[in-house]
Design a protein around this ligand. Sequence first.
Ligand code: MET
Ligand SMILES: [Zn+2]
Length: 345
Amino acid sequence: MGLEGVEPSVFVSDFLAKCGGYAVVDGGFATELERHGQDLNDPLWSAKCLISSPHLVRRVHLDYLDAGANVIITASYQATIQGFEAKGLSTEEAETLISRSVEIACEARQIYHDKCTKDSWDFLVDGNITRRPVLVAASVGSYGAYLADGSEYTGNYGDSVTLESLKDFHRRRLQILATSGADLIAFETIPNKLEAQAYAELLEEEGIDIPSWFSFTSKDGINVVSGDSICDCASIADSCKQVAAVGINCTPPRFIHGLILSIRKVTNKPVVIYPNSGETYDAERKTWVKSTGVADEDFVSYAAKWRDIGASLFGGCCRTTPNTIRAISRILFDKSSLTLSKADM
Ligand code: MET
Ligand SMILES: [Zn+2]
């Protein structure tokens, strides 16, 4: 499935309609690889597994598909040409691994669909076999993710990083991912306005012809992590015609409600929400710690409320699991939890 001349907004609204109005995104990817025993304490983080354990990458995609995901996000979050080269790989090898991340996700989707066709009684609607729509979203992590020093959670890149240097950093990987067979590009954990602007300009300059979503990260529910206003950031996404959805990921669930309301003020594009488990990443100790202060309840119970204030795509980020996604899927498609206005439609 690709854009094929279809407007990005139409592509996503058609997809949402086919999913039943709302779509389920997968959950934490790197942290799920860790749960399977991988040591990702490495500058490549999850991208390390593209080299050492591609079978496990496929396994985790399959687990999320089994849990109900309509969108699976590739293992390319921290897969950069610069990062692979620092490990001694050639440029060509690095580029192959980046494309491979998309191929593996597409393979998982194929395996999943083949399995469903065999067990087709699960998929019978009015006597016809229907397939749950599944899109492969190619992940682009921020420049801070490549630095692997936690700066995707501060957005503080220093004065030497400019709009042009960010565009140069991201250009080649974006070109590869856009022609790799992915259905869309997921720009994830965007920590500041400058990087959003760099992505928007790159999409235009490179004539990227698959849709994208821009997903920001926040640690206070008001601004993105750098302190830039979420409204300013979402406005950049709103102005870019190739951006088909705007949202928030890797942010504690308790901040999501206010962020959706802020995003809604500046855009009518679909809102994508995939919070983390509510724990905080300690970059020095390279570990997740329980946050102090307000407790994060099980965020699955919030999903219906986020839907009711206008979000359309829901999943999880770091430390969420296939169980989280299964629960979100249940809540979203549980007709009895729909609001009156939705039930009346
Ligand atoms: C730091 S956010 C990481 C996002 C990425 N898609 C993952 O789940 O691994
Ligand atoms: Zn995350």
